[in-house]
Each structure stands twice: as C-alpha cells, then as structure tokens.
Design a protein around this ligand. Structure first.
Ligand code: PLP
Length: 418
C-alpha cells in the first residue's frame, strides 16, 4: 500500500470527521458526494445498510411529517405510525405465525433483546436453568455486551472478554459440533441457538449447506432450543429474498433485524417472535427501551418498506445480484489473490488469499483511491481477509460494471504491493 493510502479501520471509533476518509456532504442513489467534489460509488451501502438508495425525499418527508405532528410517546401506547409499521411487518414481511414485533434502535439492541426474549421465554415456561445462548464462529451480532458475547468477532471482542457472559460457540458449518456441545453442556442449560443465515462482517458472506440447516433445525427442535435468526444484514431483501433464512430449510422462532429496515435513514431495529413465544410471555412483561418504536423512526421505516414493495426491490436485489455475481466471476474468478466469491442477491463476499498483512484493508484503501467504497470483512481464521459488496438494490447495470472494474483494479494493485 502506498504511503498516502490509508484504509479506514472499521473496528475503531473515529470521532473526527475527515481523519479517516473523505467528508461526505451529500448522496444520491449509489453515489456519495464528498466536500472536495468527488463521487464515490457506495459499493457496500455503507455498512450493508442502504437498500433503496440515497437521497429519497419521500422518506425525509415521512419523518418530517411525523415530527411535525407529534412528539415523544411512551412505547406502551400505540401511535398511528407504530401501528402501521407493526402491521406492515406482520401482514407483508414476517412468516405466518409471527404476529408480534418489538422495536429497537438498531441491530445490537435487537440482538440483546432476542437474548432476553429467549431467556424470559424459558423462565416463563418453568425452565429457569436454561440461560446459555449458543453462537457460531465466525459471527458478529453487535456491540452490546450480550451481543458481543454471542458473536465471535476477534477484533471487536478483544479486551472485553472478562466482562462478557460465557456463551458457547460452535463452528459455523458443523452440525455435529453443535450436537456434541448440546451433549456436553446439557440441553437443559441451553436457551437458544443464534445464527446469521449468511455470515456477514466476521466471515465475508459464508453460506452453509442445506444439509447443515436441516440438521441444526432438527437438533434444536428435539431439545427445545429456540432458533433465532439474525437478519440484521441479510433481512429486508438484501439476499434477493425477504429474509436470508428463506434460502435454506430452516424456520426460526425469532427473527431480528435492523439496517435495511430503516434503509440508513432512521435508526431502527426489530425483533419478531412466534405467537407461541409471545403467548407464553403474556403477563410477565418485557421492558422497552426509551426509543422503542419512536414515532418518526416508524414513519421513516414504513416509507422505506413502501418503496421496497412499490419498486419491487427485493426482486431487483435478486436479479442485480445475479448480474453482480456473474461479473465478479468473470473478472475475479481465477484471480490469484481471490480464494472464493460467494453470497446471494446483492450480498456478496470476495475472500482474499491471506498475504501476511491485511490484504482486505489494502484493497479497501486502493478501492477508495478509485472512488469505490467496499466493506472489509473477516476476523481471523477461518476467514482472515475478505471484502463485502452490498450496494443499494436500485443499482444500475453500468454501475455494477464500474463497481467490478474498480474493485478488480484495487485487488490487482493491493496484491502487487503485498
Ligand atoms: N448483527 C449483524 C449480523 C450485524 O452485521 C450487525 C452490524 O453490523 C449487528 C448485528 C449490529 O447492528 P448495529 O451495528 O446496528 O447495532
């Protein structure tokens, strides 16, 4: 990497704008506009967030109207925007039998709430000895202490291990390891198993086999272990289906999401559970966050989902995902620095051959030098270096070409210097 190329380290906090990258002053479609007049192709929708594209005034108007006509309302009371978003999710997005949604401010709060929900459910069913929530390796579920404990992302957990609950982890693709873990720990101590249908930041879009999902499903059902799908990255059409888990033979008891629900316009997340779980909890209470179901956030998210449906963007994510995959295969399929290209829909990972240094960071820096943003992924073995692509579903054919061309040039340049 040349001296003037600095890759932003996404595992660190950056408080000062401009110190780690360009100052962004506007955005339109898949383009980010910088203070010094550059147009950066947002190949990863920020952190796999932007799905309807940037600059949609319809969403801004929905949020403004909600703020104009109201104020803060405690989450225990309905408001029209809360009710509308809830009904939209239940009627049009969630699987049958999931009639209840709890709102949060994002993915980490959702992961934490799902953990709390699993524990509360077993306690309500008279099984207070069940508290362990099994996570996978690699995985990432967020930064609250519960979510951090559940995930295995090495860099993001580093230094915090002593204060994290001791949740067990199993390899991402190994159902036999889960069976052995259940045997060793005792099924009666385990509340839930949490999975990203396609592993994001920690694995660069790892996709397990159907057989894996069948076996995991059968094991968890047999032992009364709740199946919880983390759809924070994979939800709301990102993988070309409404939910990432719908690619596989598995039916979760709980689904949680964030990112694409607000499309990057509003901070909002959600947790949905089967009616059976919610019924069991009736009367036991489930504490809200102050900003659970913030009215303007719900109005913004409903506007995002309206656009996704009206413009058939889930179908577009599938179609443009196929285009992106084909072009990536053509350009990079036999590149010596590339191990694998994988994913579904507009959620694609390019795993890079480890080179001693961080090739992913070098590729991100080289891409940025070519006015392209891609998201670095990987957290040590089994996936140390990868970049993820997740542009808005509105991306045009010529923009896919530009993305792949710039990424290929960035990988060439980074690999030459490695
Ligand atoms: N779950 C997954 C799969 C994620 O990728 C992320 C964030 O990247 C989270 C949870 C946490 O979401 P947030 O950063 O909105 O708290």
């Amino acid at each position: 990497m040349s001296a003037d190329l600095v890759a932003p380290d996404i595992n660190r906090i950056h408080f000062v704008p401009g110190t780690t990258g360009p100052t962004i002053v506007g955005a339109d479609g898949v383009w980010l506009l910088t203070a010094d007049g550059r147009r950066i192709l947002d190949g990863a929708g920020g952190a796999i967030v932007s799905n309807i594209g940037h600059g949609r005034s319809e969403v801004a108007e929905a949020v403004r109207d909600a703020l104009d006509g109201g104020g803060y309302v405690i989450p225990i009371w309905p408001t029209p925007h809360r009710e509308r978003l809830h009904d939209l999710l239940v009627d049009r997005w969630l699987p049958a039998g999931m009639g209840h949604v709890f709102f949060t401010s994002g993915g980490s709060e959702s992961a934490d709430s799902a953990i709390r929900l699993a524990r509360a459910y077993h306690v309500a069913c008279g099984r207070p000895e069940r508290w362990k929530v099994v996570g996978r390796h690699p995985s990432y579920h967020g930064l609250t202490l519960g979510a951090l404990a559940l995930g295995s992302h090495r860099n993001r957990r580093a230094g915090f291990e002593p204060i994290l609950p001791a949740f067990p982890h199993v390899p991402w693709d190994d159902a036999a390891a889960l069976e052995a873990l259940i045997e060793a720990e005792g099924a009666d101590s385990i509340a839930a198993f949490v999975f990203e249908p396609i592993t994001g930041a920690a694995g660069g879009c790892l996709v397990p086999t159907d057989d894996y999902w069948r076996r995991v499903s059968e094991l968890c059902r047999r032992h009364d272990i709740l199946l919880i799908a983390d759809e924070v990255m994979t939800g709301f059409g990102r993988t070309g289906r409404r939910w990432g888990h719908q690619h596989f033979p598995i039916e979760p008891d709980v689904i949680f999401g964030g990112k694409g629900l607000g499309g990057g316009y509003v901070p909002i997340g959600m947790v949905a559970a089967t009616d059976t779980i919610v019924e069991a909890l009736r009367g036991s209470g489930f504490m809200f966050f102050t900003f659970t179901g913030g009215d303007a956030m719900c109005a913004g998210a409903a506007a995002v989902l309206d656009i996704v449906e009206r413009e058939h963007l889930v179908e577009r994510s599938a179609a443009m995902g196929d285009v992106l995959a084909a072009r990536l295969d053509d350009a990079l399929g036999s590149h010596p620095a590339v191990v694998e290209i994988r994913g579904r829909g507009l959620f694609r990972g390019v795993e890079l051959r480890p080179s001693g240094g961080s090739l992913a960071q070098a590729v991100v820096a080289e891409a940025l030098a070519r006015d392209l943003w891609v998201y670095p992924a990987g957290s040590g073995p089994p996936v140390s270096d990868a970049v993820m692509l997740g542009p808005a579903f509105t991306i045009a054919d010529v923009e896919v070409d530009a993305l792949v061309e710039r990424l290929t040039a960035a990988i060439d340049a980074a690999a030459t210097r490695a």
